[in-house]
Write a protein that binds this ligand. Structure first.
Ligand code: FES
Length: 576
């Protein structure tokens, strides 16, 4: 394929810099003010580096330095780098949840690219929502774009044992609550669990989404698996900077890369990784921004034929550092090449199949061979039934197999606060057979669909040795979590979905092999409850929260804003 080469006067930035009028005089004089000579930028592609670094994002600590390495590559290739801070979305700190702000980052990314003289962009993200937020924004703007993943942090350490982000927090928290470890032990876990820059190093949402971005063709080959602290990560940043300049000259735009093939490849990859359930919501949103239809049924169909090969926590044993040494994502993709569409284009101008040539796996324990998968299929299951008419999801490999088919009485909590207040009450009528239900935790209810879906097991059951039970909510769950947690119930309870009608003692039946979730209450009784149901008052009446509540879509549609998906494309700004 011979790449078309743009002429300098065809660059988008030419309208800012290249013409000879009073406005461009202003742009040039102000660029001079920043210390740049005309020779630094004249006739060169302006590359916006959207950097989600901040002082409160531990997963992106190294992005300040990595941006410099990206710039080095851009300069070397004859581009003009312009770093722009974008909303940092720090998963551990932002309340009530970063999910409330994913679409805000997407809006910001789109508008930064539109309103400034960007010819192409490098998207620097990794911590959970930063990846989909940046990609969604870039898709809306449709310039040449390349993704630079933050990379996972190194393995955690507790007395010589590896610790995994999130997963081991839940595990040791349960042990602390059960009285099996001391407060001193707990402090040691705290000190050792996050010991380098980088995003969570389990197969949480961050590792899942950066891998999905690579499988979608949005990174250079191999980029998503390199640990943040590895010198190869810095090299990858520089190579990424070099490549985006050529992408601009070739006019290789993000929507030339992200098509139906790329989306299916991303879904299959997520499944083979045993990835986070959050990827479902994000990939649906990404696909819809790219004009590709993707629904829950497609996830279920692909899950049935895709084996889980990554033996990485929380579904498996190892961590992302091990995954990288074992061959990384390229190694894994080489083992499922027959399930991927190798003809999909990628940012380096080659096809996915071409990029996988020579990829190898060096450790069959971490990246399993096809004949010995971690899970043969059903890494994910989409459930429907009268409790979730538009669907709900569950991750069968991350739950105790005895619960795949289960029926029990509901113990209902109307909100997170209600649950926090009563879950450990010794008088709570709950047994290991109960089904714990949390209402009011969906996109509008919480709001923001927080990661509350791994509902806590009551202390008294923990003491009896119970470590898993069926739990149902309209929330999401951290990708590092595990358990028999039915998530993303749609429509959510806040808008009157059937989850709002469940009462204590109602029988609920979960059937993972049959893909069913049923509330065993007669239609007449449900109709009476529906008639008596009143919508809760909106949580926010002003500001971004009110905008969010008015426009967010349900989980099965990706939780994007209706006005960001619909309408005519926004024109480029007039340069006056
Ligand atoms: Fe940033 Fe987990 S907290 S990826």
């Amino acid at each position: 394929m011979t790449a078309r080469r743009k002429k300098p006067e065809e660059l988008r930035s030419h309208r800012w810099y290249g013409v000879d009028d009073m406005r461009s005089f202003g742009h040039r004089s102000r660029t001079a003010q920043m210390g740049f000579h005309r020779a630094d930028y004249a006739g060169k592609p302006v590359i916006a580096i959207l950097n989600t670094w901040s002082d409160i994002n531990p997963c992106h600590t190294h992005f300040r330095q990595r941006a410099e390495e990206v710039k080095r590559g851009i300069w070397q290739a004859g581009g003009f780098p312009v770093e722009m801070p974008a909303l940092s979305l720090s998963e551990p700190f932002q309340k009530p949840t970063t999910m409330l702000y994913r679409n805000l980052l997407a809006m910001e990314a789109e508008e930064l690219l539109r309103s400034y003289p960007a010819d192409g962009c490098v998207l620097m993200g990794g911590c959970d929502k930063t990846t989909p937020g940046l990609v969604m924004g870039a898709l809306a703007m449709n310039l040449p774009a390349i993704f630079m993943p933050a990379g996972p942090m190194l393995r955690g350490d507790f007395r010589g044992q590896p610790l995994g982000s999130g997963s081991d927090t839940w595990k040791y928290w349960a042990e602390l609550r059960a009285g099996n470890i001391t407060a001193e032990d707990w402090k040691e876990v705290e000190a050792g669990i996050a010991r380098s820059p980088g995003h969570c190093m389990t197969m949480g949402t961050a590792s899942t989404m950066t891998s999905a971005a690579e499988a979608m063709g949005l990174t250079l080959p191999g980029a998503a698996s390199i640990p943040a602290a590895d010198s190869r990560h810095a090299q990858m940043a520089s190579l990424t900077g070099r490549r985006i300049v050529d992408m601009v000259w070739e006019d290789l735009k993000i929507r030339d890369v992200v098509d139906a093939r790329a989306i299916d490849n991303a879904v299959t990859t997520v499944l083979a990784l045993g990835g986070s359930t959050n990827a479902i919501v994000h990939l649906i949103a990404v696909a819809r921004r790219a004009g590709v239809a993707l629904d829950l049924a497609r996830f279920d169909a692909l899950a049935r034929k895709t084996p889980v090969l990554a033996d990485v926590r929380p579904s498996g044993r190892f961590l992302m550092e091990d995954f990288f040494y074992a061959g990384g994502l390229r190694g894994l993709l080489s083992r499922i090449a027959d399930l991927l569409d190798g003809s999909a284009r990628t940012v380096n101008g080659r096809t996915l199949a071409e990029n996988l040539a020579g990829a190898r796996v060096w450790n069959d324990e971490v990246i399993r061979p096809r004949e010995r998968p971690l899970v043969a299929g059903d890494g994910l299951a989409v459930l429907t039934g009268n409790l979730a008419p538009r669907g709900a999801v569950i991750k069968p490999p991350a739950m105790e197999a005895r619960l795949h088919k289960h029926e029990g009485p509901a113990v209902v909590f109307s909100s997170y606060d209600d649950m926090a207040a009563r879950i450990d009450d010794p008088a709570l009528p709950v047994t290991a057979d109960s089904v714990i239900v949390l209402q009011g935790a969906g996109p509008q209810g919480a709001p923001g669909m927080p990661e509350w879906g791994q509902l806590p097991i009551p202390k008294k059951l923990l003491r009896e040795g119970v470590r898993d039970m069926v739990r149902i909510s309209d929330a999401r769950m951290s990708g590092t979590s595990y358990g028999a947690c039915v998530l993303h119930v749609a429509p959510e309870s806040h808008v009157g979905g059937p989850l709002a009608l469940v009462r204590d003692g109602d029988r609920i039946a979960l059937d993972v092999p049959g893909r069913r979730l049923e509330l065993r209450v007669g239609e007449e009784e449900l109709a009476a409850r529906r008639a008596a149901w009143r919508p809760p008052a909106p949580r926010y009446e002003r500001g971004f929260g009110a905008l969010y509540l008015e426009h967010v879509r349900q989980a099965d549609e990706g939780c994007d804003f209706d006005f960001l998906e619909e309408g005519k494309p926004t024109p480029d700004p007039e340069i006056h």
